[in-house]
Design a protein. Structure first.
Length: 263
């Protein structure tokens, strides 16, 4: 039987999702917990391979198991064997052809920027602190050129192994909530470091270092060296993965897409 599992984790202590030969991967801890419940080895496949330090509120994985367990038993059993910074949210039997990665229609990431003169002790691992004032309207103007399908070579990591640099951004918004800037971006898929590199460009524009038109110039250059810095990983969170309604995967209520930690 194939089971889909919703997972959340604080990525601070981990070297990303993928299992590591040397280091801590969320995948290893989850597979170990699943194996204890299934009483057999389990391989988990995720919707999006988050990088070192990146968080997830709505990661989706699938795995195959001959063990007969109820969805509630999978969730409770897995959580009793996971560290406190990794947690299963729900479990759901799915069709044999369901694939957490390839069946997904879109992924949504949120990037948090704390824009105030002093740093935060409570959110130091969940947001990028920038004391210089940022103009979110300039950032939104610049982001408009990134909508749609483009070659995002200028925003991919040097070591990115994706077969094509073409991705389709469905929506990208920058909203201010007092001292918080919340960047939300939804696309069919993402290249390695793509969101963080986009944030780096938009921050330079929001700070007045570059004109809004610079984002278009960077995009058209298809040259990573023409872009800005890569924003820190700890501000990035995977907040939603969308699937066809026929998949049986529960949709995440919009009310749970919290823009600010603790809000």
């Amino acid at each position: 039987m194939r089971i889909a599992l919703g997972v959340e984790y604080d990525g601070t202590a981990y070297n990303g999702w993928q299992r590591q030969r040397h280091g801590k991967g969320v995948q290893s801890f989850l597979e170990d917990a699943l194996a204890r419940v299934a009483d057999a080895p389990v391989e988990a496949v995720c919707a999006g391979r988050t990088d070192t330090g990146v968080h997830a509120e709505a990661q989706v994985v699938h795995f195959d198991s001959a063990a007969e367990r109820t969805p509630r038993s999978w969730v409770l059993g897995v959580n009793s064997n996971l560290p406190r910074d990794v947690n299963a949210l729900w479990a759901q039997p799915v069709a044999d052809d369901f694939h957490a990665r390839y069946s997904a229609l879109s992924r949504t990431y949120r990037y948090l920027i704390l824009n105030r003169p002093v740093r935060s002790a409570l959110n130091r691992d969940r947001a990028w602190w920038l004391h210089r004032s940022l103009d979110e309207q300039r950032m939104q103007e610049a982001a408009s050129c990134l909508h749609g399908e483009h070659d995002f070579s200028a925003f991919r990591a040097a070591g990115c192994q994706a077969l094509t640099p073409h991705r389709n951004i469905f929506a990208i918004t920058i909203v201010r909530h007092d001292e918080w800037l919340v960047l939300t971006i939804r696309a069919n898929a993402f290249l390695q470091h793509m969101v963080r590199n986009i944030v780096g460009v938009l921050v330079a524009i929001g700070a007045g270092e570059e004109a809004p038109q610079w984002a278009q110039q960077v995009l058209e250059s298809r040259d990573r060296t023409r872009g800005g810095i890569t924003a820190p990983a700890h501000g990035l969170t995977l907040v939603e993965v969308e699937y066809p309604e026929t998949s049986g995967i529960p949709a995440r209520p919009a009310s749970t897409l919290l823009p600010i930690p603790g809000s």
